[in-house]
Design a protein around this ligand. Structure first.
Ligand code: OFO
Length: 172
């Protein structure tokens, strides 16, 4: 059974994942409204991933006989007008998420809850990948500068991303 402290931290993480989804949907809508359909689609897929991350933690809480708790989800900003600002914000948001994931892993380690520690390792790896992906996009944006043609090429590239459920239902 999960400790009270870990249950609280995991419930807060579910909320944070849902907030992330909300934030990325807000960014997706903003990018859609300025015509960057590929960027908008990339952010929509990102939002879908965040929902999957949250649901997976919720399921884990129940699996470990913890009590699920549902706090309000914070309202995200809606003022995103520029692609550079959006991806800078995505990176800074992901860095915050990384800190909270790491702190839950640390707590699980301190409590000698090996199962929860192991569960959190998937999220630790995921954060490394997410930060790297967003840093790569920011590097490309720096190279692109004011070149609108190259920006549209990047928009097309980002539009090819598709959602793949990281936790598909088990068949057995
Ligand atoms: Fe859930 O990975 Fe981003 O925040």
């Amino acid at each position: 059974m999960l400790s009270k402290k870990l249950t609280k931290a995991l419930n807060e993480q579910v909320n944070a994942e849902y907030y992330s989804a909300y934030l990325y949907l807000s960014m997706s809508a903003a990018m859609n409204s300025i015509g960057l359909k590929g960027v908008s689609s990339w952010l929509f897929v990102q939002a879908q991933e965040e929902l999957a991350h949250g649901i997976n933690i919720y399921r884990y809480i129940l699996e470990r006989s913890g009590e699920a708790a549902f706090a309000p989800i914070e309202q995200p900003s809606a003022s995103f007008s520029d692609i550079n600002a959006v991806f800078k914000e995505v990176l800074s948001h992901e860095k915050k998420v990384t800190k909270s994931i790491n702190s839950i892993a640390t707590l699980a380690m301190q409590e000698l809850d090996h199962a929860c520690y192991q569960f959190m390792m998937w999220y630790v790896d995921e954060q490394v990948e997410e930060e790297a992906n967003v840093s790569e996009i920011l590097d490309k944006l720096r190279l692109i500068g004011d070149n609108k043609g190259l920006l549209l090429t990047l928009d097309n590239e980002l539009g090819t991303r598709v959602f793949v459920d990281p936790f598909p239902p088990k068949t057995n």
